[in-house]
Design a protein around this ligand. Structure first.
Ligand code: HPA
Length: 275
């Protein structure tokens, strides 16, 4: 067993010592969505600080814990808080929680985030279902010795975001009367927002929205064979697409404003997973 898998197993072991709950799906909560974790029927909770070697977020407003429980009768693990590459963690650290979720038995991973809208149809406050991603601008989390126990050396990435889960997400949005847009997500390292020239480049490349998380997590999850679904909350027009300067406070305000609708969609989606 390599070093990475040893770490994954050790973290999973620390969690299993606290709960024998087996989640079928996992949800990573982005900005503004923290309250979702309080809605589920709780079975257990484990603070990241209780897990030896687990990365802990340095971003204000990001709690750090797993909440295990039920969305209707779907057993889920919810991550309240994630770490980002811009915090100074290695990509191995950034995707460790995803690998631990896989080791705990998760089969379907739901990733959420706040993002800047590039596509003209993405007004501030809209929700975008991820159809694909561009990770070329961040280091791959799979660089280094391959862990055969996790996945293949050269994993296929032709369907990062599962068609099946996308269909379920669209159906959940239809039921809730939500206008769910679709597009490609591009991950940047952050922590700075992008320049207008970078946004024009991403637009030419076909990206719909830009953010600082998610794509590396989706890649590590696909490496392990998890099925992935991603949804962005567009909190602002990306740099240069409006007169406004970009500001983290405004990103948080919009994320909070859309939170109710976003949580409703996620609840419907997780409870609709076929048994
Ligand atoms: N760029 C990158 N990340 C973001 C943005 C943005 O405009 N908005 C929210 N997260």
């Amino acid at each position: 067993m390599g070093k990475v898998l040893e770490r994954v197993e050790s973290c999973a072991g620390d969690i299993r010592q606290r709960t024998d709950f087996v989640p079928r799906a996992a949800l990573v909560l982005g900005s503004g969505l923290g309250a979702f974790a309080e809605k589920i029927k709780p079975a257990a909770q484990v603070d990241y600080s209780e897990i030896a070697g687990f990365p802990v977020s340095t971003v204000p407003g990001h709690k750090g814990r797993f909440v295990f429980g039920y969305v209707e009768d779907t057993p889920v693990a919810v991550m309240q808080g994630r770490v980002h590459y811009y915090e100074g963690y290695s990509m191995e650290d950034v995707v460790l929680p995803i690998r631990v979720l896989g080791a705990l038995g998760v089969k379907e991973l739901f990733l959420t985030n706040a993002a800047g809208g590039i596509s003209p149809e993405l007004a501030s406050g809209s929700l975008m279902l991820l159809t694909d991603q561009i990770t070329t601008f961040v280091p791959s989390p799979l660089i280094g010795p391959n862990e055969e126990g996790l996945g293949a050396r050269f994993p296929d990435m032709s369907e990062v975001y599962s068609k099946r889960l996308r269909a379920l997400a669209k159906e959940a949005a239809r039921k809730k009367g939500i206008d769910l847009k679709e597009g490609v997500y591009v991950q940047c390292t952050g922590p700075n927002y992008e320049t207008p020239a970078e946004i024009q480049m991403f637009k030419a490349l076909g990206a719909g929205a830009v953010g600082m998380s998610t794509a590396c997590e989706a890649m590590a999850a696909r490496h392990m064979g998890l099925e992935v679904c991603g949804i962005s909350c567009v909190t602002n027009l990306a740099a240069g697409l409006s007169d406004k300067k970009l500001d983290h406070k405004e990103v948080q305000e919009i994320a909070d404003r859309v939170s109710g609708e976003f949580q409703g969609l996620l609840w419907e989606l997780l409870s609709s997973l076929p048994k």
